[in-house]
Design a protein around this ligand. Sequence first.
Ligand code: OGA
Ligand code: MN
Length: 291
Amino acid sequence: MAGRPAEVQNIPMTLQTEKLGGHMAVAVSGIDLARLDSPDAQANLRRLLNDNLVLCVRGQKLAPPAFRDAMARFGTPMRRLQLAATSECDEVNIISSEDRDVLGDGKKLVNGASWHTDDSFMREPCSLTMLYGVIVPPIGGDTQFVNMYAAYEALSPEMKMRIDGLKVIHKYQSSRQTNRVSKRPEGEMKAMPEATHPLVRTHPETGRKALYLNANRMEQIVGMDRAESDRLLDELIAHAIKPEFQYRHKWRQGDVVIWDNRCTMHKANADYAEGERRLMHRVIVAGTEPV
Ligand code: OGA
Ligand code: MN
């Protein structure tokens, strides 16, 4: 199905869409997010996102304030201190091949290098993340996604029963972490939030159930001994990241990719050639406590 063009009718405009992955991800072209004033068009983008989990809008050219304003139609943009922000706009963060752990060892840091969902260490994690490819390397630097509705639905009935109602502690610096996260000032590290979230969450808009995992931030299942918790979390992660649940996004300059953290995980790849630059602008919008 990849590459098959499809049309979504709406009044007064028609969105040109292209399915990117078989079971998730869609691209829209021919629109300018900075000039998308029609509520119908916005509602269609929201529907495309809810149906496809990952929405790519091609060919954008957005200065940081315009990017923030366009994303504000999807929710309330939030600031995140853990990432550098653009000088023009506090709510637009930077993800770059130049990122270094400036307060830690000063070495290169690849944000999001292992499977995760954004912000799960927060009580109210962001709902959506928007990443805008300002400079993308010609080869490599893809972002991988997994469909966590599909991963949940494919579990055995026994496993669904076993995990029903379980809760997991998520931390900024988890002892299970699989990639380095940037060191923060001491006061901020001490006050870094920790949150307890359901292992299976229900999406507030679609009503569908999804596995809610974060390989990099989960600490332990509440009320389960450590070894058993580790085994179960490892098993669920290994299941969720199987190739059949994945979509791999190959970036084009000007792509704005919007994903729903409530029903996906994602992962960055720093596999592009030494010396190639990758510069992304990033906005997240507020979410609610997972239930
Ligand atoms: C993020 C993230 C992945 C990438 O912005 O939250 O994980 O490929 N980015 O840069
Ligand atoms: Mn991320």
